[in-house]
Design a protein around this ligand. Sequence first.
Ligand code: SF4
Ligand code: SF4
Length: 214
Amino acid sequence: MGILSTWRIYIFKVIKMIYRQYAKKVHKIYSQLDRQIESFKRATGLECLDPCGQCCLNPHVEATILEMLPLSLHLLGTGQAEFWLDRIYERESNTKCIFFQNSPDTPHHGQCLFYNKRALICRLFNFSAIKNKKDRWLLVSCKRLKDSSSEKVIKAQEMIDNGLDVPKMNIYAMRIFNINVHLGSKYYPINMAFKIALETVLMRSKFFFRKMAS
Ligand code: SF4
Ligand code: SF4
């Protein structure tokens, strides 16, 4: 094996190690967020409908590459990366999330195939708040929940107004951004973010080589 190939393998190993560290940091943020969401749910009684998954059908769900790193590394480590890469190449990026699996019993409903590895917005939606121009934290809730549990949604907003701890969307987005600006700042349609993340951990991404050269 030539010295250049050995050097290239070494570089790839180091870079993969760096990606693992990034994924670990993302995972840590997800774990903290999940705990905060659990206490928010307990305090407000808010829960997603079951069965549901309607928000996953929205082709405008967006994520950063960094958010999809834990899932991409998981697929790589479990030998599923090539399978999912082929599937994502067959799929238009602006369609519903590739990980949404329709339920055979309840049409138009379904679930996430990799729920524990889902992106940031998939965790935050319904159980977080954004600040409006008047500095008020507003609950971000979906139409289905507003229609089915309007009293709980109104009550939750009152509780937030009175100081209830609620996950703040921009703070979590900023924490992801702070892990790595290149991978955590730009938002893509979720299928596209996943495709780039998977290509990146497989070292096949144009993005990866561009960053390596820069
Ligand atoms: S956020 Fe709304 S649409 Fe999405 S799963 Fe929960 S209840 Fe359903
Ligand atoms: S990653 Fe999972 S939770 Fe997020 S949009 Fe896709 S199917 Fe839905």
